[in-house]
Design a protein around this ligand. Structure first.
Ligand code: SF4
Length: 715
C-alpha cells in the first residue's frame, strides 16, 4: 500500500549512468532505493531520463557478487564458453578476503618481480569516482611500476581529446550543454543525444523550439532530426570530406573571422590551402550531400552571432577520428565561434565520470591534470607528492586498451587488474579480447556482477555499487559533483577504495593514512580528493567541504571563494603561446570497406534503455522489461531485401565473428547499413567489430566495419 512506499530517508546524489550528470534524490526504504526524483542541479534542473529514473534497483539484483571468488583449479579458462553468470559461476569457489587478496596481490607481485613492471597492466573505470580513478592509476604507476593503465576513454573520446589537446591545449569542453539555450545555431554531429544523453537532448529540443537553427550531421535520421532545420545524412565514414567542404565554403566566400584568426590562432594559411581542393561540388559524390546544402549550412554556422558544435562517438570512433575532431576545431577557430556564451566545442562525454577519470590520470601517457609522463619535471613533481624516488616512475608512456590486449598475445603482459570495466564486451573484436584475457596468468576483476570479463578472471573481488559509496564525479560540462552513499554493502562486498588500498600493500605501499575501511569510504575519499588537489591546479578551489555544501563546482577553479568557470577560452587558449592551432586533415577512408562478401556497413552504439555493456541496466527491472532482447535496426527496405519481417531472427557475420538477434525496422537507418547496440551479452556485437586503430589516438573504428546478413539464426 501507499504507507509501504514512505521512505526512511532521502539521499541527494547524482545519476550513475551518463555524462550529463543529472542531480537526483534517492528515496530509500529498508536499505533499498524505492524511487528516484530529479533534483535542481546545473545540468538537469530537475529533469531525468528513463535510465536515471528507473535504473535504480540493480544493486539488489540476485546475481550481485557478495563473496570473493577464486577460480577452481579444475575449471578451464575457456574464452569460447558461455559467459552467462549462472553458467560461469560454477567455475569459481568462494574464498575469504584474506585468501582472495593474497592470491591476487601475491601473484601480481610475483609476476612483476619475475617479469618486470611492464608485465602488469590495469584497466580502471569511468564509472568509478574521481578518487577511485586517481588511486587506481597511482597503484599502477607507483606499485606495478609502469604506465600501463587505461580505461574506456580509449574507446570513446580518445581521438577528440588528442585533437583538442593539440589544437587548443585542453581536452575538456569549452561550454556546458545548457549553453545551447544561448546559441543561434546548434550543430550536432555523430551523436544521438536523445538516446545517449537524453536530458541534454531536451535542452537542444527546447532551443530548437525557441527558434535556434538545429543542424544534424549524421548518416542516421535520429529522433532529434525531427526537430532539425537541416539534416545532412552523409555517407558513413566521409566526415572529413564533408567538414573540409564546409570550411572550403567559409574560406572561399570570405566568411572567416579574420580578427579572431589574427589574434588567437596559428597555422591558418596551411588549413586554407588544404581545403581549397574540397569544394562542395567535388565532394558531393563522396559525401552524398548536395553542394547547395553544404553551402547553406556552412554560411549559417559561420555568420551566426553564436554557434555551438556538439559531437559524439560518430565522430571519434574511426581510424580518422582525430582528423574528424581536428576539422571541428578548425571550423570553430576560423569563425571565432568559441569563448562566448552559446558557442564552442562540446564532445559529449559518455560515462558519468569519463571526464574525471581522464583528469585523474587514468590514461597511459598522462599523470593527473594531463602532465605528460615523459616530461621529467612532471615526474619529479609526482614523485615528490607520492613520496617516492623519481627513478621508480616509468618515463615511457604505457600501452592503451587495445595495445594491452595485443601485448598479452605476445606474452609481454602476464597479469592484469580490471576494476569495473568489461572489455570482453566493449572491446573491438571481442572474441579476440576474450582469448587474450583468458591467457593471462593472473586476472583480477573487481566488480559488482560476474560480468563477461569477470567470467575469465582468476580472482573476483566483490565491490561497491554506485549508491553504496561516497565520491566525486565530473560530468561532461567539467562540473564536479558529490555522489553520496545511500545503501549498505550486501554480504561481504567491500568499498572499491578499500580494495585498491589492500592490493597496494602487496607492492609495499602503505596507504593506511587514507583511512579506508571495508564498509565506509567517505573519509578516505575526502583524503584522496585533497591529495588530488595538490597535483591538479584545475580543481584547487573545489574542496571536499565546498562540494558537500554546494553540490557541485565547475572547474577550472583556483580559489575556494571563486565561482567555477562553465565557459573557458574567453581570451586565450591554454597552449604554450595562448593561440589555437589549425591542423589540416586529409581524407582517410574507413579501414574495412563493404565488398561482395560482406556488403553491409555495421554501425554500433547504444540504446536508450541500456547502459553500455548492460551489466547494470539489464539487471534493472523496468529497463529490462522495456528492452529485454537483442535487436538489430535496419531500414524497412533493407529488411524486405533480405526477406525479413520486423521481429524475425537474423544473423550478422563479419570476418571476425557472428551474432544472432531480432530485426527491428527503423526508417532512420540508411539502406546498406545495420545498427546494433553493444549491451547484449547473448549477441555481443563487438565480436564483429574491427580493431583497426586511429594512428594518433589509438581509438578503434567501432563505428564502421563490413558485415553480411542472413535470415534465421540461433538465438
Ligand atoms: Fe542519468 Fe544521463 Fe539520464 Fe541524466 S540523462 S538521468 S545523467 S542517464
Amino acid at each position: 500500500g501507499a504507507a509501504a512506499e514512505v521512505p526512511d530517508k532521502r539521499v541527494d546524489s547524482v545519476c550513475p549512468f551518463c555524462g550529463v550528470g543529472c542531480a537526483l534524490t534517492w528515496q530509500v526504504r529498508d536499505d533499498r532505493i524505492v524511487a528516484v526524483e530529479g533534483r535542481d542541479g546545473p545540468a538537469n534542473r530537475g529533469r531525468l531520463c528513463v535510465k536515471g529514473r528507473y535504473g535504480f534497483d540493480y544493486p539488489r539484483h540476485p546475481q550481485r557478487l557478495t563473496v570473493p571468488l577464486i577460480r577452481r583449479d579444475d575449471a578451464p579458462k575457456d574464452a569460447d564458453a558461455s559467459t552467462d553468470p549462472a553458467v560461469a559461476r560454477q567455475w569459481f569457489r568462494e574464498a575469504t578476503w584474506e585468501e582472495a587478496m593474497a592470491r591476487a596481490g601475491g601473484t601480481l607481485r610475483r609476476l612483476r618481480d619475475a617479469r618486470g613492471p611492464r608485465a602488469l597492466a590495469g584497466f580502471g573505470s569511468a564509472k568509478g569516482s574521481n578518487e577511485e580513478a586517481y588511486l587506481f592509476q597511482k597503484l599502477v604507476r607507483a606499485g606495478f611500476g609502469s604506465n600501463n593503465v587505461d580505461h574506456c576513454t580509449r574507446l570513446c573520446h580518445a581521438s577528440s581529446v588528442a585533437a583538442l589537446l593539440e589544437g587548443i591545449g585542453s581536452g575538456a569542453v569549452s561550454n556546458p550543454v545548457t549553453d545551447v539555450a544561448q546559441a543561434d545555431v546548434i550543430v550536432v554531429i555523430g551523436a544521438n543525444p536523445v538516446v545517449n544523453h537524453p536530458v541534454a537532448a531536451t535542452w537542444i529540443k527546447n532551443a530548437a523550439r525557441r527558434g535556434a537553427k538545429l543542424v544534424i550531421i549524421d548518416p542516421r535520421r535520429s529522433e532529434l532530426a525531427r526537430h532539425a532545420t537541416h539534416h545532412l545524412a552523409f555517407r558513413p565514414g566521409s566526415d572529413v570530406a564533408l567538414l573540409n567542404a564546409m570550411m572550403h565554403v567559409i574560406v572561399d566566400e570570405g566568411l572567416v573571422n579574420a580578427p579572431f584568426i589574427a589574434d588567437r590562432t596559428s597555422g591558418y594559411e596551411a588549413l586554407a590551402a588544404k581545403v581549397r581542393a574540397f569544394s562542395p561540388e567535388a565532394m558531393a559524390p563522396v559525401t552524398g550531400i548536395d553542394a547547395e546544402t553544404v553551402r547553406t549550412v556552412a554560411r549559417l554556422y559561420a555568420i551566426s552571432p553564436a554557434a555551438m558544435i556538439l559531437w559524439g562517438m560518430g565522430v571519434s570512433q574511426h581510424v580518422h577520428g582525430t582528423d574528424n575532431a581536428r576539422c571541428l576545431i578548425s571550423l570553430a577557430l576560423m569563425t571565432g565561434q568559441i569563448g562566448r556564451p552559446g558557442t564552442g566545442l562540446h564532445p559529449l562525454r559518455g560515462q558519468n565520470n569519463v571526464q574525471g577519470a581522464s583528469d585523474a590520470g587514468l590514461i597511459p601517457m598522462m599523470f593527473p591534470d594531463y602532465h605528460r609522463v615523459d616530461d621529467a619535471a612532471a615526474r619529479a613533481q609526482v614523485a615528490q607528492a607520492w613520496g617516492m624516488p623519481v627513478e621508480r616512475l616509468d618515463a615511457q608512456p604505457g600501452l592503451t586498451v587495445v595495445e594491452i590486449l595485443a601485448a598479452i598475445d605476445r606474452e609481454e603482459i602476464r597479469g592484469m587488474f580490471i576494476m569495473g570495466e568489461n572489455p570482453a564486451m566493449s572491446d573491438p573484436d571481442a572474441q579476440h579480447a576474450r582469448h587474450a584475457l583468458a591467457r593471462l596468468e593472473m586476472l583480477v576483476v573487481q566488480d559488482i556482477f560476474l560480468t563477461e570479463t569477470a567470467a575469465l578472471a582468476d580472482v573476483v573481488l566483490p565491490a561497491s555499487a554506485f549508491a553504496e559509496k561516497d565520491g566525486t564525479f565530473t560530468n561532461t560540462d567539467r562540473l564536479v559533483q558529490r555522489g553520496r552513499r545511500a545503501l549498505s554493502l550486501p554480504g561481504q562486498a567491500r568499498q572499491d577504495l578499500w580494495c585498491i588500498v589492500e592490493l597496494a600493500r602487496w607492492f609495499d605501499l602503505d596507504w593506511s593514512s587514507y583511512g579506508a575501511t571495508p564498509l565506509d569510504c567517505e573519509a578516505a575519499a575526502a583524503a584522496v580528493f585533497d591529495e588530488m588537489r595538490t597535483l591538479m591546479p584545475s580543481i584547487v578551489g573545489a574542496s571536499w567541504a565546498r562540494l558537500d555544501r554546494e553540490g557541485g563546482v565547475t572547474y577550472p577553479v583556483a580559489r575556494e571563494d571563486e565561482p567555477g568557470h562553465p565557459i573557458v577560452f574567453v581570451d586565450r587558449f591554454p597552449t604554450a603561446d595562448g593561440r589555437g592551432r589549425f591542423v589540416p586533415a586529409d581524407v582517410l577512408p574507413p579501414d574495412e570497406q563493404p565488398d561482395d562478401a560482406y556488403p553491409l556497413v555495421l554501425i554500433t552504439g547504444r540504446q536508450l534503455e541500456h547502459w553500455h555493456t548492460g551489466s547494470m541496466t539489464r539487471r534493472a527491472a523496468v529497463l529490462d522489461a522495456l528492452e529485454p532482447e537483442p535487436v538489430a535496426l535496419l531500414h524497412p527496405a533493407e529488411l524486405a531485401r533480405h526477406g525479413l519481417l520486423p521481429g524475425g531472427l537474423l544473423t550478422l557475420q563479419s570476418r571476425r565473428g557472428e551474432v544472432s538477434l531480432y530485426a527491428r525496422a527503423d526508417e532512420g537507418m540508411p539502406t546498406g547499413t545495420v545498427f546494433v547496440a553493444f549491451c547484449w551479452y547473448e549477441a555481443a556485437v563487438n565480436r564483429l567489430t574491427n580493431p583497426a586503430l586511429d594512428p594518433v589516438a589509438r581509438i578503434p573504428e567501432l563505428k564502421y566495419c563490413a558485415v553480411r546478413l542472413r535470415a534465421g539464426g540461433t538465438a
